[in-house]
Design a binder for this molecule. Structure first.
Ligand code: ARG
Length: 430
């Protein structure tokens, strides 16, 4: 391993203890190494502005930081156990290439604000992706809601047939859900979008750092003001980000559940394109919807990451090494969550309804609520009308059509009017 930044003369660092301290940290740091490099560049620019670096030193640092990013991209520089962490690796490389300019880069910063700034930059990108994917899902759902508003499907409560619904109603439900998820991701992005760089170890530093410069250079919309809060917010903003992701993966879990039921032979409502299915190693007849099952499982990873961070946050104020464990959680949670959400728009765009099966699943009993409400409109007290419809059982619904039932509830101006224009306006504003 390269020299530890904090090593004291005459004190040997036990290898086993060092391995425990390091864990998989340096490997995890690969995930936001480029963000750390970008933030290091902004920090170096700030140091030149307050006279710590000369113009030449800054030019050298900018050049070497860009070269490091290129080498990392190309695989010519590997971030591995030779270094304690990504932060040390940057300083080691700059020192090796530039000498004193490299030894100056850490003036006025701590790895504590360095890891915070890299995490916030990384999460901003991931939350923007959650918002964009939720928006894409909502678009597919909105388009299909408009096109399929007249296709009747059974509406369930308790997984028991309840009333006539439509593919349009089903899609509009998911459209509104994923619009909310996009709003939530954007709102959380705005919360995460602040610059902790310059707060050092959590108590500021006796150097007039140009925090306005680093805030603007890194594209943050504001500065995180209190150095103490910069540390207190670690874990908390990661938790908020995972909650925003979880809002989308929870909806994903529920839509996957619907599709898991609907693609079964017993329901037979939906045909999945073959590429979303797998086979069995023993049962030659099987076509299994593994993709939707793994989508359904995704929320477990997101929720586990959330829980891990929440458990870590039982800490007094200030930095603690415990906080390092939040990185693996967010990388894992966002890795799984985004991988699943990436597949969802195309899957939804490609699934096909089987109209014969949908119509066959609508029975006359599903008009009972319509019958009771019609009698109530004619002046019969609702409870009496309800009892009469229940007593008449299936015969009350004889001769009715799904189309008429849907028209009475979902046509323009009716109580369950799909109001796709209102949803589209919210979607446009995302
Ligand atoms: N890997 C560390 C983390 O993620 C970086 C900060 C180390 N700071 C310290 N004081 N040991 O928290």
């Amino acid at each position: 391993m390269s020299d530890l930044l904090w090593q004291k003369p005459g004190v040997t660092v036990d290898a086993q203890i060092q391995r425990f301290l390091a864990g998989d940290d340096v490997v995890l740091d690969r995930e936001f190494f480029l963000h750390d490099i970008v933030a290091s560049t902004a920090h170096a620019q700030g140091l030149q502005r307050v006279g710590i670096l000369s113009a030449d030193e800054l030019a050298g640092l900018e050049r070497e930081l860009a070269a490091l990013a290129d080498d990392f991209h190309a695989g010519a520089f590997v971030l591995d156990e030779r270094f304690e962490d990504g932060h040390s690796a940057i300083e080691a490389r700059l020192t090796e290439r530039l000498g004193d300019a490299g030894r100056k880069i850490h003036t006025g910063r701590s790895r504590n604000d360095q890891v915070l700034v890299a995490t916030r930059l990384w999460l901003k990108e991931k939350l923007a992706r959650v918002a964009a994917l939720s928006r894409e899902v909502a678009k597919v759902a909105l388009d299909r809601a408009g096109a399929e508003r007249g296709l009747p499907i059974p509406g369930y409560t308790h997984v028991q047939r309840a009333v006539v619904s439509s593919a349009g109603m089903w899609w509009a439900g998911w459209a509104e859900a994923f619009i909310d998820d996009a709003v939530r991701a954007n709102d959380t992005l705005a919360l995460v979008d602040c610059n902790p760089l310059g707060t050092a170890a959590g108590y500021g530093v006796n150097l007039a750092l140009d925090r306005e410069h680093t805030t603007a250079a890194l594209g943050f919309s504001r500065m995180q003001v209190s150095p103490v809060y910069a540390q207190l917010s670690r874990g908390k903003f990661e938790l908020a980000a995972l909650e925003a992701l979880g809002s989308a993966t929870l909806d994903l879990r529920r839509i996957a559940w619907d599709l898991s039921l609907f693609t079964s032979a017993e329901f037979g409502f939906v045909a999945l394109p073959a590429q979303y299915t797998t086979g069995s190693s023993i049962m030659p007849n099987k076509r299994n919807p593994d993709v939707i099952e793994l989508m359904r499982a995704t929320h477990a990873s997101v929720a586990a990451a959330r829980t891990e961070i929440e458990q870590l946050l039982s800490l007094p104020s200030g930095y603690h090494r415990d906080l390092q464990a939040s990185k693996g959680a967010i990388f894992h949670g966002f890795g799984r969550g985004l991988a699943a959400l990436e597949l969802l728009p195309a899957l939804l765009a490609n699934l096909e309804w089987r109209e014969d099966r949908l119509r066959a699943a609508i029975d006359a009993g599903m008009y009972a609520t319509d019958v009771a409400v019609e009698a109530a409109i004619a002046g019969v007290p609702f409870r009496e009308a309800y009892r009469a419809a229940a007593a008449a059982s299936e015969s009350a619904g004889q001769g009715r059509t799904p189309e008429a039932s849907l028209a009475a509830r979902t046509s323009p101006g009716a109580a369950a009017d799909l109001r796709l224009d209102a949803l589209r306006a919210r979607w446009d504003a995302l």
